[in-house]
Design a protein around this ligand. Structure first.
Ligand code: ASP
Length: 311
């Protein structure tokens, strides 16, 4: 029998989505990965509205949409009418008028996804990263990868290392991992810590201490595009205390995640990426299936068990 995954509306933040929706998306992502569920009818049009650069997120949404047989229409700021002065609001309304059923949105403004959701009358807005605010599909794929590794996040220790101040990956990941029962550690240079960090996190003095304390660390990139100058004295200085070194990875039993793009030689040693306890490539693969699940949900595509598909 067909199962229609309920269409719960826009995906803007982890808080709004809530634990039930997040765990359901992860469960569906696993079923799609295991080929234990397949979509039973072709979906409509998915618009990829990327006002800010992206490799993994954009490509994995593209791959996910292709796996579902959806039409995608692409958008990047360069070459679009944004360059002729068209407003953000008009651009979203135009994409919707073109017939997009889902708009996957990446933007440098922290309220962009909320603003798009306020304009859209039919299309579902999927936040693919808005400024320093949230990146919910990243949190979902990170949680899926950690759940694959540990079975449960209950009482597991997850530490974020690096530029938490500018990181939407931190803000959405923190919320989801806490919802799943994890303890959260944080380790960041004083000027790259947010003034409003949640109080229930364990403070760790440097990357070495984080690797000793945690079951898994999420290494964050220095978000230089969002940074005022002078927040980090020098890269050499940064590496000294905050970079994840291969020797420390080998000495401990901690797993390593990174949302990408990796700046090898800055926030981690290049050798860490392909270490046996690096989950970085698995994050990318899981990202495709999380995005399949999110699109199926957003577009209300009926899903069947493969055995019931008549060929
Ligand atoms: N790719 C992630 C993001 O878009 C992390 C990063 O850019 O450092 O937030």
């Amino acid at each position: 029998m067909d199962t229609i995954i309920t269409m719960p509306g826009h995906l803007i933040t982890i808080e709004q989505a809530g634990i039930e929706r997040c765990t359901a998306i992860i469960e569906w992502a696993r079923r799609f990965r295991n080929r234990d569920a397949v979509p039973s009818q072709p979906p409509g049009t998915v618009a990829l509205a990327f006002f800010e650069p992206s490799t993994r997120t954009r490509m994995s949404f593209e791959v996910a949409a292709a796996m579902l047989g959806a039409r995608t229409v692409g958008f990047t700021t360069s070459g679009s009418s944004i360059e002729k002065g068209e407003s953000f609001e008009d651009t979203i309304a135009t994409i919707e008028a073109l017939g997009a059923e889902a708009i996957v949105l990446r933007h440098s403004a922290s309220d962009a996804a909320e603003r798009a959701a306020a304009i859209a009358t039919r299309a579902i807005i999927i936040n693919a990263g808005d400024g320093m605010h949230q990146h919910p599909t990243q949190a979902l794929l990170d949680a899926m990868t950690l759940l694959d590794t540990f079975g449960t996040l209950e009482k597991r220790r997850i530490a974020f290392i690096g530029d938490v101040l500018h990181s939407r990956v931190f803000r959405s990941g923190y919320t989801l991992f806490r919802m799943l029962g994890a303890e959260i550690g944080v380790c960041a240079p004083p000027l790259l810590r947010s003034g409003h960090l949640p109080l229930d996190m364990v403070e760790l003095s440097d990357a070495r201490a984080a690797l000793k304390w945690a079951d898994a660390v999420v290494v964050l990139r220095l978000q230089r595009e969002r940074m005022q100058s002078g927040l980090v004295p020098s890269l050499a200085d940064y590496r000294q205390r905050w970079a994840v070194r291969i020797a420390d990875v080998e000495e401990n039993s901690c797993y390593v995640l990174h949302p990408g793009p990796v700046n090898a030689g800055v926030e981690l040693d290049a050798a860490v990426v392909d270490h046996a306890r690096s989950l970085i490539r698995r994050q990318v693969t899981n990202g495709v299936f999380v995005r399949v699940a999110v699109l199926v949900e957003a577009l209300g595509i009926p899903v069947v068990q493969p055995s019931s598909v008549v060929t």
